[in-house]
Design a protein around this ligand. Structure first.
Ligand code: F0G
Length: 526
Protein backbone atom coordinates (compact mmCIF):
# COMPACT_ATOMS: atom_id res chain seq x y z
CA UNK A 1 0.00 0.00 0.00
CA UNK A 2 1.07 3.61 -0.56
CA UNK A 3 3.22 5.09 2.19
CA UNK A 4 1.83 8.09 3.99
CA UNK A 5 4.56 10.64 4.74
CA UNK A 6 4.60 12.51 8.09
CA UNK A 7 2.57 15.71 8.11
CA UNK A 8 4.43 17.72 10.75
CA UNK A 9 7.37 17.85 13.14
CA UNK A 10 7.85 19.05 16.73
CA UNK A 11 8.92 22.63 17.34
CA UNK A 12 8.73 23.07 21.10
CA UNK A 13 9.42 20.26 23.57
CA UNK A 14 8.33 19.78 27.18
CA UNK A 15 10.22 17.39 29.45
CA UNK A 16 8.10 15.02 31.56
CA UNK A 17 8.67 14.61 35.28
CA UNK A 18 9.54 11.13 36.38
CA UNK A 19 7.47 10.01 39.38
CA UNK A 20 7.38 6.73 41.27
CA UNK A 21 4.49 4.33 41.80
CA UNK A 22 4.62 5.15 45.52
CA UNK A 23 4.33 8.91 44.86
CA UNK A 24 1.38 8.44 42.55
CA UNK A 25 -0.24 6.07 45.03
CA UNK A 26 -0.09 8.67 47.79
CA UNK A 27 -1.42 11.42 45.58
CA UNK A 28 -4.31 9.23 44.43
CA UNK A 29 -5.27 8.82 48.09
CA UNK A 30 -5.03 12.59 48.60
CA UNK A 31 -7.41 13.26 45.70
CA UNK A 32 -9.92 10.62 46.81
CA UNK A 33 -9.15 8.50 43.76
CA UNK A 34 -10.73 10.98 41.39
CA UNK A 35 -8.58 10.96 38.27
CA UNK A 36 -9.77 14.42 37.21
CA UNK A 37 -8.14 15.81 40.35
CA UNK A 38 -4.79 14.12 39.78
CA UNK A 39 -2.10 16.73 38.99
CA UNK A 40 -1.33 16.68 35.26
CA UNK A 41 2.31 17.54 35.88
CA UNK A 42 2.79 14.07 37.36
CA UNK A 43 1.17 12.23 34.47
CA UNK A 44 3.39 10.67 31.79
CA UNK A 45 0.77 10.10 29.09
CA UNK A 46 -2.45 12.02 29.54
CA UNK A 47 -5.39 10.64 27.56
CA UNK A 48 -8.03 12.29 29.76
CA UNK A 49 -9.29 14.52 26.98
CA UNK A 50 -8.56 15.75 23.49
CA UNK A 51 -10.25 19.02 24.48
CA UNK A 52 -8.10 22.12 24.78
CA UNK A 53 -5.03 19.88 24.96
CA UNK A 54 -3.78 20.34 21.39
CA UNK A 55 -0.26 21.50 20.69
CA UNK A 56 -0.68 24.48 18.41
CA UNK A 57 1.09 24.87 15.09
CA UNK A 58 3.68 27.55 14.37
CA UNK A 59 1.07 29.34 12.29
CA UNK A 60 -1.28 29.45 15.27
CA UNK A 61 1.47 30.84 17.49
CA UNK A 62 2.17 33.46 14.87
CA UNK A 63 -1.53 34.33 14.77
CA UNK A 64 -1.59 34.56 18.57
CA UNK A 65 0.92 37.40 18.51
CA UNK A 66 -1.39 39.21 16.11
CA UNK A 67 -4.20 39.04 18.68
CA UNK A 68 -5.98 42.27 19.58
CA UNK A 69 -7.15 42.64 23.17
CA UNK A 70 -9.42 45.65 22.72
CA UNK A 71 -12.68 45.77 24.65
CA UNK A 72 -14.76 46.75 21.64
CA UNK A 73 -14.57 45.05 18.25
CA UNK A 74 -11.11 43.53 18.48
CA UNK A 75 -10.00 42.44 15.08
CA UNK A 76 -10.03 38.76 15.96
CA UNK A 77 -13.80 39.13 16.01
CA UNK A 78 -13.91 40.04 12.33
CA UNK A 79 -11.42 37.31 11.53
CA UNK A 80 -13.50 34.69 13.30
CA UNK A 81 -16.70 35.81 11.57
CA UNK A 82 -14.96 35.65 8.24
CA UNK A 83 -13.43 32.27 9.03
CA UNK A 84 -16.76 30.77 10.06
CA UNK A 85 -18.28 31.91 6.82
CA UNK A 86 -15.30 30.51 4.95
CA UNK A 87 -15.34 27.13 6.60
CA UNK A 88 -19.02 26.45 7.24
CA UNK A 89 -20.82 28.12 4.38
CA UNK A 90 -20.67 27.76 0.65
CA UNK A 91 -18.91 30.41 -1.34
CA UNK A 92 -16.54 31.74 1.30
CA UNK A 93 -13.33 33.40 0.12
CA UNK A 94 -11.02 30.85 1.70
CA UNK A 95 -8.17 32.16 3.78
CA UNK A 96 -8.95 35.81 3.23
CA UNK A 97 -9.11 36.88 6.88
CA UNK A 98 -6.28 34.63 7.73
CA UNK A 99 -3.87 35.88 5.09
CA UNK A 100 -4.89 39.42 5.75
CA UNK A 101 -4.21 39.16 9.42
CA UNK A 102 -0.90 37.37 9.17
CA UNK A 103 0.39 39.60 6.41
CA UNK A 104 -0.28 42.57 8.67
CA UNK A 105 -2.65 44.28 6.28
CA UNK A 106 -3.63 47.68 7.59
CA UNK A 107 -6.81 47.81 9.57
CA UNK A 108 -8.17 50.22 7.05
CA UNK A 109 -7.81 47.78 4.19
CA UNK A 110 -9.22 45.02 6.33
CA UNK A 111 -12.28 46.86 7.49
CA UNK A 112 -13.02 48.03 4.00
CA UNK A 113 -13.24 44.46 2.77
CA UNK A 114 -16.68 43.66 1.52
CA UNK A 115 -16.46 40.05 2.60
CA UNK A 116 -18.68 40.34 5.60
CA UNK A 117 -21.71 41.69 3.80
CA UNK A 118 -24.82 40.20 5.30
CA UNK A 119 -26.58 37.69 3.18
CA UNK A 120 -29.67 35.59 3.57
CA UNK A 121 -29.87 32.31 5.39
CA UNK A 122 -26.37 32.66 6.79
CA UNK A 123 -24.79 31.47 10.06
CA UNK A 124 -22.84 34.70 10.22
CA UNK A 125 -24.71 37.85 9.58
CA UNK A 126 -23.27 41.30 10.06
CA UNK A 127 -20.05 42.82 8.89
CA UNK A 128 -17.45 45.50 9.48
CA UNK A 129 -19.88 48.36 9.02
CA UNK A 130 -22.59 46.92 11.17
CA UNK A 131 -23.33 47.20 14.83
CA UNK A 132 -23.29 43.47 15.50
CA UNK A 133 -23.72 39.99 14.20
CA UNK A 134 -27.19 38.99 15.38
CA UNK A 135 -26.87 35.24 14.91
CA UNK A 136 -23.28 34.46 15.91
CA UNK A 137 -22.23 34.21 19.57
CA UNK A 138 -18.73 33.78 20.91
CA UNK A 139 -18.49 32.08 24.33
CA UNK A 140 -15.63 30.67 26.43
CA UNK A 141 -16.23 27.02 25.52
CA UNK A 142 -18.70 24.50 24.14
CA UNK A 143 -20.81 24.03 27.23
CA UNK A 144 -21.47 27.77 27.46
CA UNK A 145 -22.90 27.62 23.94
CA UNK A 146 -25.07 24.72 25.10
CA UNK A 147 -26.27 26.61 28.15
CA UNK A 148 -26.99 29.68 26.05
CA UNK A 149 -28.98 27.65 23.53
CA UNK A 150 -31.03 25.46 25.86
CA UNK A 151 -31.77 28.05 28.54
CA UNK A 152 -32.83 30.67 26.00
CA UNK A 153 -35.03 28.31 23.98
CA UNK A 154 -36.70 27.34 27.25
CA UNK A 155 -37.21 30.95 28.25
CA UNK A 156 -38.63 32.00 24.88
CA UNK A 157 -40.96 28.97 24.85
CA UNK A 158 -42.30 29.64 28.31
CA UNK A 159 -43.01 33.28 27.50
CA UNK A 160 -44.98 32.52 24.38
CA UNK A 161 -46.53 29.11 24.94
CA UNK A 162 -48.30 27.44 22.02
CA UNK A 163 -52.07 27.60 21.66
CA UNK A 164 -54.16 26.00 24.39
CA UNK A 165 -54.63 22.66 22.72
CA UNK A 166 -50.94 22.29 21.91
CA UNK A 167 -48.30 20.99 24.29
CA UNK A 168 -45.13 22.89 25.17
CA UNK A 169 -42.16 21.17 23.52
CA UNK A 170 -40.10 19.72 26.35
CA UNK A 171 -37.88 17.15 24.66
CA UNK A 172 -34.53 17.32 22.87
CA UNK A 173 -33.60 14.31 20.76
CA UNK A 174 -30.15 13.33 19.62
CA UNK A 175 -27.89 10.62 18.24
CA UNK A 176 -25.98 11.02 21.53
CA UNK A 177 -25.55 13.77 24.10
CA UNK A 178 -22.12 14.57 25.46
CA UNK A 179 -22.18 14.75 29.27
CA UNK A 180 -22.20 18.56 29.58
CA UNK A 181 -24.67 18.86 26.70
CA UNK A 182 -27.14 16.47 28.29
CA UNK A 183 -26.64 18.04 31.71
CA UNK A 184 -27.20 21.57 30.37
CA UNK A 185 -30.40 20.57 28.60
CA UNK A 186 -31.65 18.65 31.63
CA UNK A 187 -30.71 21.45 34.04
CA UNK A 188 -33.16 23.83 32.36
CA UNK A 189 -35.89 21.20 32.30
CA UNK A 190 -35.61 19.39 28.97
CA UNK A 191 -36.21 15.67 28.72
CA UNK A 192 -33.53 13.91 26.66
CA UNK A 193 -34.13 11.09 24.21
CA UNK A 194 -31.18 9.36 22.59
CA UNK A 195 -31.50 7.44 19.32
CA UNK A 196 -28.10 6.02 18.49
CA UNK A 197 -28.05 3.51 15.68
CA UNK A 198 -27.88 0.06 17.33
CA UNK A 199 -24.73 -2.06 17.24
CA UNK A 200 -22.12 0.28 18.71
CA UNK A 201 -20.21 -2.48 20.45
CA UNK A 202 -20.82 -5.17 17.81
CA UNK A 203 -17.57 -6.75 16.67
CA UNK A 204 -16.14 -5.45 13.44
CA UNK A 205 -14.37 -7.76 10.98
CA UNK A 206 -10.64 -7.23 11.27
CA UNK A 207 -9.91 -7.52 7.54
CA UNK A 208 -12.17 -4.52 6.88
CA UNK A 209 -10.56 -2.44 9.60
CA UNK A 210 -8.71 -0.13 7.27
CA UNK A 211 -11.09 -0.05 4.39
CA UNK A 212 -14.58 0.42 5.72
CA UNK A 213 -16.31 2.29 8.38
CA UNK A 214 -19.79 1.64 9.61
CA UNK A 215 -20.60 5.17 10.74
CA UNK A 216 -21.62 3.78 14.09
CA UNK A 217 -22.35 7.32 15.32
CA UNK A 218 -25.43 7.66 13.12
CA UNK A 219 -28.83 8.59 14.44
CA UNK A 220 -31.41 5.81 14.30
CA UNK A 221 -33.73 7.73 11.99
CA UNK A 222 -36.56 5.17 12.06
CA UNK A 223 -36.64 5.13 15.87
CA UNK A 224 -36.46 8.92 16.03
CA UNK A 225 -39.31 9.22 13.54
CA UNK A 226 -41.45 6.78 15.49
CA UNK A 227 -40.86 8.83 18.61
CA UNK A 228 -41.78 12.06 16.80
CA UNK A 229 -44.98 10.47 15.47
CA UNK A 230 -45.95 9.34 18.94
CA UNK A 231 -45.11 12.66 20.59
CA UNK A 232 -46.41 15.35 18.23
CA UNK A 233 -45.42 18.90 19.15
CA UNK A 234 -43.25 17.81 22.04
CA UNK A 235 -39.76 17.98 20.56
CA UNK A 236 -38.04 21.37 20.71
CA UNK A 237 -34.80 20.52 18.89
CA UNK A 238 -32.98 17.70 17.14
CA UNK A 239 -29.29 17.69 17.98
CA UNK A 240 -26.82 15.72 15.88
CA UNK A 241 -23.44 15.27 17.54
CA UNK A 242 -20.64 14.95 14.97
CA UNK A 243 -18.58 12.96 15.62
CA UNK A 244 -20.67 11.20 18.24
CA UNK A 245 -18.71 11.43 21.48
CA UNK A 246 -21.40 9.55 23.42
CA UNK A 247 -21.00 6.70 20.90
CA UNK A 248 -17.24 6.32 21.24
CA UNK A 249 -16.34 9.16 18.89
CA UNK A 250 -17.92 7.36 15.94
CA UNK A 251 -18.64 9.34 12.79
CA UNK A 252 -21.99 10.23 11.27
CA UNK A 253 -22.40 9.69 7.53
CA UNK A 254 -23.52 12.39 5.11
CA UNK A 255 -26.47 10.17 4.22
CA UNK A 256 -27.51 10.13 7.87
CA UNK A 257 -27.07 13.88 8.24
CA UNK A 258 -29.24 14.35 5.17
CA UNK A 259 -31.88 11.95 6.48
CA UNK A 260 -31.94 13.70 9.86
CA UNK A 261 -32.37 17.03 8.08
CA UNK A 262 -35.24 15.68 5.98
CA UNK A 263 -36.92 14.32 9.09
CA UNK A 264 -36.46 17.64 10.87
CA UNK A 265 -37.97 19.57 7.93
CA UNK A 266 -40.92 17.22 7.66
CA UNK A 267 -41.67 17.64 11.35
CA UNK A 268 -40.81 21.36 11.40
CA UNK A 269 -38.25 20.94 14.15
CA UNK A 270 -34.94 22.82 14.01
CA UNK A 271 -31.84 20.66 13.44
CA UNK A 272 -28.69 21.68 15.30
CA UNK A 273 -25.23 20.15 15.25
CA UNK A 274 -22.96 19.72 18.20
CA UNK A 275 -20.06 20.29 15.84
CA UNK A 276 -17.01 19.91 18.11
CA UNK A 277 -15.26 17.37 15.86
CA UNK A 278 -16.71 18.36 12.50
CA UNK A 279 -13.41 18.05 10.61
CA UNK A 280 -12.68 14.54 11.87
CA UNK A 281 -16.21 13.62 10.84
CA UNK A 282 -15.61 15.08 7.37
CA UNK A 283 -12.48 12.96 7.04
CA UNK A 284 -14.49 9.77 7.67
CA UNK A 285 -17.01 10.82 5.04
CA UNK A 286 -14.16 11.48 2.62
CA UNK A 287 -12.48 8.16 3.39
CA UNK A 288 -15.45 5.84 3.70
CA UNK A 289 -18.59 7.20 2.06
CA UNK A 290 -18.63 6.23 -1.58
CA UNK A 291 -19.67 9.44 -3.30
CA UNK A 292 -17.28 11.62 -1.32
CA UNK A 293 -13.85 10.21 -2.08
CA UNK A 294 -13.32 12.84 -4.76
CA UNK A 295 -14.63 15.74 -2.70
CA UNK A 296 -12.24 17.88 -0.70
CA UNK A 297 -12.58 18.24 3.07
CA UNK A 298 -13.71 21.90 2.79
CA UNK A 299 -16.41 20.88 0.29
CA UNK A 300 -17.61 18.08 2.53
CA UNK A 301 -17.73 20.37 5.56
CA UNK A 302 -19.77 22.91 3.64
CA UNK A 303 -22.24 20.28 2.51
CA UNK A 304 -22.57 18.91 6.06
CA UNK A 305 -23.42 22.33 7.44
CA UNK A 306 -25.79 23.15 4.61
CA UNK A 307 -28.25 20.77 6.32
CA UNK A 308 -28.17 22.43 9.77
CA UNK A 309 -30.30 25.26 11.13
CA UNK A 310 -27.57 26.10 13.59
CA UNK A 311 -24.77 24.63 15.66
CA UNK A 312 -22.78 24.79 18.84
CA UNK A 313 -19.05 24.20 18.72
CA UNK A 314 -16.25 23.92 21.21
CA UNK A 315 -13.15 25.36 19.53
CA UNK A 316 -11.09 23.25 21.95
CA UNK A 317 -11.40 20.23 19.68
CA UNK A 318 -11.44 20.83 15.93
CA UNK A 319 -10.71 24.52 16.41
CA UNK A 320 -7.26 23.24 17.41
CA UNK A 321 -7.38 25.99 20.07
CA UNK A 322 -6.93 25.72 23.80
CA UNK A 323 -10.12 27.62 24.61
CA UNK A 324 -13.25 28.92 22.91
CA UNK A 325 -16.76 28.19 21.74
CA UNK A 326 -19.47 29.49 19.43
CA UNK A 327 -23.22 29.23 18.97
CA UNK A 328 -24.69 30.30 15.64
CA UNK A 329 -27.83 29.73 13.64
CA UNK A 330 -29.25 30.66 10.26
CA UNK A 331 -30.77 34.08 10.35
CA UNK A 332 -33.90 33.27 8.38
CA UNK A 333 -34.78 29.69 9.06
CA UNK A 334 -37.02 27.40 11.02
CA UNK A 335 -35.25 28.14 14.27
CA UNK A 336 -35.83 31.90 14.20
CA UNK A 337 -39.40 31.44 12.99
CA UNK A 338 -40.17 28.92 15.66
CA UNK A 339 -38.50 30.77 18.52
CA UNK A 340 -39.31 34.38 17.74
CA UNK A 341 -37.04 37.02 19.17
CA UNK A 342 -34.47 34.47 20.32
CA UNK A 343 -31.53 36.34 18.80
CA UNK A 344 -31.95 39.32 21.10
CA UNK A 345 -32.40 37.11 24.14
CA UNK A 346 -29.25 35.23 23.32
CA UNK A 347 -27.32 38.43 22.93
CA UNK A 348 -28.58 39.69 26.28
CA UNK A 349 -27.54 36.49 28.00
CA UNK A 350 -24.17 36.37 26.24
CA UNK A 351 -23.30 39.88 27.42
CA UNK A 352 -24.64 39.28 30.94
CA UNK A 353 -22.78 36.04 31.54
CA UNK A 354 -19.74 35.87 29.27
CA UNK A 355 -18.73 39.18 27.76
CA UNK A 356 -19.52 41.64 25.04
CA UNK A 357 -20.40 40.06 21.77
CA UNK A 358 -17.08 40.62 20.01
CA UNK A 359 -15.16 38.42 22.46
CA UNK A 360 -17.71 36.54 24.60
CA UNK A 361 -15.19 35.56 27.27
CA UNK A 362 -12.36 34.71 24.89
CA UNK A 363 -9.15 36.70 24.83
CA UNK A 364 -8.24 38.30 21.50
CA UNK A 365 -5.23 36.03 21.13
CA UNK A 366 -7.33 32.91 21.64
CA UNK A 367 -9.71 34.11 18.95
CA UNK A 368 -6.73 34.35 16.59
CA UNK A 369 -5.46 30.85 17.37
CA UNK A 370 -8.91 29.46 16.63
CA UNK A 371 -9.00 31.36 13.33
CA UNK A 372 -5.71 29.78 12.28
CA UNK A 373 -6.70 26.43 13.82
CA UNK A 374 -9.93 26.11 11.84
CA UNK A 375 -7.95 26.38 8.59
CA UNK A 376 -5.25 23.95 9.73
CA UNK A 377 -7.73 21.34 10.91
CA UNK A 378 -9.55 21.17 7.59
CA UNK A 379 -6.40 20.19 5.69
CA UNK A 380 -6.42 16.64 4.45
CA UNK A 381 -2.76 16.04 5.34
CA UNK A 382 -3.44 17.01 8.95
CA UNK A 383 -6.53 14.81 9.20
CA UNK A 384 -4.83 11.81 7.59
CA UNK A 385 -2.11 11.98 10.21
CA UNK A 386 -4.54 12.65 13.06
CA UNK A 387 -6.99 9.85 12.33
CA UNK A 388 -4.07 7.65 11.28
CA UNK A 389 -2.48 7.97 14.72
CA UNK A 390 -5.70 6.99 16.51
CA UNK A 391 -6.18 4.02 14.17
CA UNK A 392 -2.61 2.83 14.56
CA UNK A 393 -2.99 2.99 18.37
CA UNK A 394 -6.14 0.83 18.02
CA UNK A 395 -4.40 -1.61 15.72
CA UNK A 396 -1.51 -2.08 18.14
CA UNK A 397 -3.96 -2.87 20.94
CA UNK A 398 -5.75 -5.41 18.78
CA UNK A 399 -2.48 -6.99 17.76
CA UNK A 400 -1.83 -7.51 21.49
CA UNK A 401 -5.19 -9.19 21.98
CA UNK A 402 -6.74 -6.32 23.90
CA UNK A 403 -10.47 -5.86 23.27
CA UNK A 404 -11.35 -2.49 21.79
CA UNK A 405 -14.42 -0.98 20.27
CA UNK A 406 -13.87 -1.13 16.55
CA UNK A 407 -13.44 0.39 14.19
CA UNK A 408 -11.98 3.25 16.26
CA UNK A 409 -13.63 6.67 16.02
CA UNK A 410 -11.95 9.98 15.37
CA UNK A 411 -10.47 11.28 18.58
CA UNK A 412 -10.04 8.32 20.88
CA UNK A 413 -9.57 4.60 21.30
CA UNK A 414 -12.01 2.84 23.60
CA UNK A 415 -11.34 -0.40 25.45
CA UNK A 416 -14.32 -2.77 25.54
CA UNK A 417 -14.39 -3.50 29.26
CA UNK A 418 -17.05 -6.24 29.32
CA UNK A 419 -14.74 -8.27 27.12
CA UNK A 420 -11.68 -7.07 29.00
CA UNK A 421 -13.08 -8.47 32.26
CA UNK A 422 -14.64 -11.54 30.63
CA UNK A 423 -14.62 -14.39 33.12
CA UNK A 424 -13.79 -12.11 36.08
CA UNK A 425 -17.39 -11.83 37.34
CA UNK A 426 -17.67 -8.04 37.48
CA UNK A 427 -21.09 -6.35 37.67
CA UNK A 428 -21.76 -2.85 36.23
CA UNK A 429 -22.21 -1.44 39.74
CA UNK A 430 -18.73 -2.69 40.73
CA UNK A 431 -17.16 0.11 38.63
CA UNK A 432 -14.24 -2.19 37.86
CA UNK A 433 -13.41 -0.10 34.79
CA UNK A 434 -12.73 2.82 37.11
CA UNK A 435 -10.47 0.44 39.03
CA UNK A 436 -8.60 -0.19 35.78
CA UNK A 437 -8.01 3.55 35.24
CA UNK A 438 -6.75 3.89 38.83
CA UNK A 439 -4.28 1.04 38.39
CA UNK A 440 -3.09 2.44 35.08
CA UNK A 441 -2.48 5.84 36.62
CA UNK A 442 -0.80 4.50 39.75
CA UNK A 443 1.42 1.92 38.08
CA UNK A 444 2.34 3.68 34.84
CA UNK A 445 1.39 7.34 35.11
CA UNK A 446 -1.12 6.98 32.26
CA UNK A 447 -4.45 8.75 32.61
CA UNK A 448 -7.53 7.47 30.77
CA UNK A 449 -11.20 7.95 31.62
CA UNK A 450 -13.98 5.50 32.28
CA UNK A 451 -16.96 6.05 29.95
CA UNK A 452 -19.30 3.40 31.24
CA UNK A 453 -21.48 2.53 34.22
CA UNK A 454 -19.78 5.10 36.47
CA UNK A 455 -19.55 8.02 34.02
CA UNK A 456 -23.00 7.47 32.55
CA UNK A 457 -24.52 6.92 36.02
CA UNK A 458 -25.73 3.34 35.56
CA UNK A 459 -26.79 3.19 39.21
CA UNK A 460 -29.24 6.07 38.75
CA UNK A 461 -30.87 4.89 35.51
CA UNK A 462 -34.09 3.01 34.83
CA UNK A 463 -33.59 -0.67 33.96
CA UNK A 464 -34.42 0.15 30.32
CA UNK A 465 -31.76 2.87 30.04
CA UNK A 466 -29.21 0.77 31.90
CA UNK A 467 -29.18 -1.60 28.98
CA UNK A 468 -28.05 1.19 26.61
CA UNK A 469 -24.92 2.05 28.59
CA UNK A 470 -21.72 0.63 27.11
CA UNK A 471 -18.82 -0.32 29.38
CA UNK A 472 -15.82 1.51 27.95
CA UNK A 473 -12.58 3.20 28.94
CA UNK A 474 -11.59 6.09 26.72
CA UNK A 475 -8.09 7.00 25.62
CA UNK A 476 -8.61 10.41 24.02
CA UNK A 477 -5.61 11.35 21.90
CA UNK A 478 -4.57 15.02 22.13
CA UNK A 479 -3.84 16.60 18.76
CA UNK A 480 -0.18 17.01 17.74
CA UNK A 481 1.11 15.89 21.15
CA UNK A 482 2.10 12.21 21.17
CA UNK A 483 4.57 10.17 19.15
CA UNK A 484 4.82 6.41 18.67
CA UNK A 485 6.92 6.32 21.83
CA UNK A 486 3.93 7.36 23.93
CA UNK A 487 1.56 5.04 22.12
CA UNK A 488 3.91 2.04 22.43
CA UNK A 489 4.46 2.66 26.14
CA UNK A 490 0.70 2.87 26.65
CA UNK A 491 -0.04 -0.31 24.70
CA UNK A 492 2.60 -2.21 26.72
CA UNK A 493 1.17 -0.91 30.01
CA UNK A 494 -2.40 -1.87 29.09
CA UNK A 495 -1.15 -5.30 28.06
CA UNK A 496 0.47 -5.83 31.48
CA UNK A 497 -2.73 -4.86 33.26
CA UNK A 498 -4.77 -7.05 30.94
CA UNK A 499 -2.62 -10.01 31.87
CA UNK A 500 -3.45 -9.54 35.55
CA UNK A 501 -7.00 -8.25 35.13
CA UNK A 502 -8.30 -10.51 37.93
CA UNK A 503 -6.37 -8.37 40.42
CA UNK A 504 -7.84 -5.02 39.37
CA UNK A 505 -9.95 -3.61 42.22
CA UNK A 506 -13.64 -2.72 42.14
CA UNK A 507 -14.41 0.84 43.20
CA UNK A 508 -17.08 2.44 45.36
CA UNK A 509 -18.28 6.02 45.53
CA UNK A 510 -17.65 7.52 48.95
CA UNK A 511 -18.85 11.08 48.41
CA UNK A 512 -21.00 13.02 45.92
CA UNK A 513 -22.83 10.10 44.34
CA UNK A 514 -25.90 12.19 43.49
CA UNK A 515 -24.20 15.30 42.10
CA UNK A 516 -24.78 16.29 38.48
CA UNK A 517 -21.65 15.45 36.42
CA UNK A 518 -20.37 13.65 39.50
CA UNK A 519 -17.37 12.11 37.74
CA UNK A 520 -15.57 15.46 37.90
CA UNK A 521 -15.77 15.85 41.63
CA UNK A 522 -16.98 12.85 43.63
CA UNK A 523 -14.76 10.86 45.99
CA UNK A 524 -14.05 7.15 45.48
CA UNK A 525 -12.29 4.19 47.07
CA UNK A 526 -10.88 1.01 45.53
N1 F0G B 1 -19.96 18.50 22.93
C1 F0G B 1 -19.13 17.45 22.75
C2 F0G B 1 -19.46 16.40 21.74
C3 F0G B 1 -17.96 17.37 23.52
O1 F0G B 1 -17.14 16.33 23.33
C4 F0G B 1 -17.67 18.39 24.47
C5 F0G B 1 -16.48 18.31 25.30
C6 F0G B 1 -18.56 19.44 24.59
C7 F0G B 1 -19.69 19.47 23.80
C8 F0G B 1 -18.34 20.57 25.57
O2 F0G B 1 -17.32 21.39 25.15
O3 F0G B 1 -15.58 21.20 26.93
O4 F0G B 1 -15.63 23.15 25.37
O5 F0G B 1 -17.34 22.91 27.12
N2 F0G B 1 -15.79 17.28 25.38
C9 F0G B 1 -14.55 17.09 26.09
C10 F0G B 1 -14.19 15.63 26.12
C11 F0G B 1 -14.46 17.75 27.40
O6 F0G B 1 -13.24 15.28 26.86
O7 F0G B 1 -14.80 14.83 25.42
P1 F0G B 1 -16.41 22.20 26.21
Amino acid sequence: SALSPPSHQALVVRALLRTSVQERKEILEDVEYNIFAFPAGLVTCDYLSDSGTSAMTDVQWAALIRGDESYGRNWGYYCLLDTFRDIFERGGNRLYAFHTILAGTTTNEFYRSKLLKPYKDSFVNGGPHQLESPNFFIVPQGRCAEFLLFSTVKEVMSESPPAENESVPSVVISNGFFDTTGANAAAVGFVLETFTQPGLTDPFPEHLFDRQNLFKGNMDIAAAELYLDEHPGQVALILLTITNNWAAGQPVSMANIRAAAELARRKSIPLFFDACRFAENAWFIHAFEAEYSNKSIPEIVQEMFSYADGFTISLKKDGLANMGGVLCFRDEALFTRRYKGIGLRLKERQILFYGNDSYGGMSGRDLMTAVAGLYEVTKESYLRNRIGQVRSFAQKLRANGIPILSPPGGHAVYLEMNEFFYGCDRQPGDFASVGFTLELLKEYGIRAAEAGPFGWQWDKQTPENRGKIPNLVRFAVPRHVFSDEHINYTVAAIKQLYNRRHTIPNVEITRGRDMRLRHFSCGMRP
